[in-house]
Design a protein around this ligand. Structure first.
Ligand SMILES: [Zn+2]
Length: 279
C-alpha cells in the first residue's frame, strides 16, 4: 500500500477516533447483548436490572475519562512525534512494530491486572469489577473510574518510550476492546470450538474462571487478549465445560441487588471494609 493511502487512513482515523471508538464499544456491546439473548451460557439471576443499570452507568461515566485521556495522549503523540524510542530507532516494518507493541501492551496489562489483585488499595478499586454477581457483556465496563486513571499513569510513559505510531495504538485499542467485550459475554460456545479457541484468545469460558467467587480462581486467568501469559506464568485455571455454568460468580460479599447502586460502587474502595482478597 502506498504511503499516501496509509497517511489518509491514519488522518481519517485520528480525526474520527472518538466517534469510531464510541461506535465500536457501544455497537459491539449491543451486538453481543443480542447474541446473549439467543444463546446464553447461564440464565440470568434476579439482580439483572440493577446490574445493567450500574454497569451501563459506569460505562458512560468512564467513557468521559477515556475520551479525555485518549485525546490527550494522541494529541501529545501527534505534537511531539517522539522519535527516541525503541520502535522508530530500529526502523522496524509496520507489521513487526504492530506485533511488538501488542505483545508489550499485553504483557503490561497482565502484570498490572495481577498488581490490582495483589496490592490491597488497588484490589479495593478493582473489586468493583468483581462485585458483579453475573458476568455478561456489560460487566466489561464495570470498573471504578480510578482504575483506568491508575492504568493510564502506568501505561502512558511506556507508550511514549515505545514511540508507538497512532494507527498501531488505535488498532491495539480496538482489538483489546473487542476481546474484552467478547470474553465477558454470557455466550455459549460449542465445547470443541472453545477448546481450540482458548489457545489463541481469551474466550468467555476462560475468563469466567476469573470471576469465580472462590479466591483461588479469582486470582487466576488474568490475561486480556491472549491466554498465553497465564500458561507461561502459572496462573491458568480451568473447570470442566459442564461445571462452569454452575460456578458462583462475584465475591463472597456485596451480593444483594442494592449493592449495585452507583453510589455504593463509587465508595466501595474507601468504605466497604469487607472487600478483601487476602486468604
Ligand atoms: Zn480481576
Amino acid at each position: 500500500m502506498d504511503n499516501s493511502v496509509i497517511e489518509l487512513k491514519q488522518t481519517f482515523l485520528q480525526a474520527n477516533f472518538h466517534e469510531i471508538q464510541f461506535a465500536a464499544i457501544f455497537g459491539g456491546m449491543i451486538l453481543l447483548f443480542l447474541i446473549e439473548g439467543f444463546v446464553p451460557r447461564k440464565q440470568s439471576g434476579d439482580n439483572q436490572a440493577s446490574r445493567w443499570l450500574s454497569n451501563i452507568g459506569l460505562a458512560i461515566f468512564n467513557h468521559f475519562f477515556i475520551i479525555f485521556y485518549s485525546a490527550s495522549v494522541f494529541g501529545l503523540l501527534t505534537y511531539f512525534k517522539p522519535d527516541s524510542p525503541l520502535i522508530s530507532h530500529f526502523k522496524l516494518s509496520d507489521v513487526f512494530s504492530f506485533v511488538i507493541i501488542v505483545l508489550v501492551m499485553e504483557q503490561l496489562t497482565y502484570w498490572i491486572h495481577r498488581m490490582f489483585h495483589k496490592v490491597d488499595f488497588l484490589w479495593r478499586i478493582h473489586a468493583v469489577h468483581h462485585t458483579d454477581t453475573e458476568i455478561d457483556v456489560t460487566t466489561s465496563h464495570r470498573h471504578h473510574t480510578l482504575e483506568p486513571m491508575i492504568n493510564a499513569l502506568i501505561v502512558t510513559p511506556i507508550i511514549f518510550a515505545l514511540g508507538a505510531p497512532f494507527i498501531i495504538l488505535a488498532m491495539y485499542n480496538f482489538m483489546h476492546t473487542a476481546v474484552s467485550l467478547f470474553s465477558h459475554s454470557n455466550i455459549v460456545l460449542p465445547k470443541k470450538l472453545d477448546a481450540v479457541l482458548r489457545w489463541f484468545i481469551v474466550t468467555p469460558d476462560f475468563h469466567r474462571m476469573h470471576h469465580s467467587s472462590e479466591k483461588q480462581f479469582t486470582n487466576s486467568n488474568y490475561s486480556a487478549i491472549f491466554p498465553w501469559w497465564d500458561h507461561l506464568f502459572g496462573t491458568a485455571s480451568k473447570k470442566t465445560y459442564e461445571e462452569l455454568p454452575q460456578m458462583e460468580i462475584g465475591l463472597e460479599v456485596m451480593r444483594k441487588a442494592e449493592d449495585n447502586r452507583l453510589d455504593k460502587l463509587f465508595t466501595t474502595p474507601f468504605i466497604y471494609k469487607p472487600v478483601t482478597n487476602k486468604d
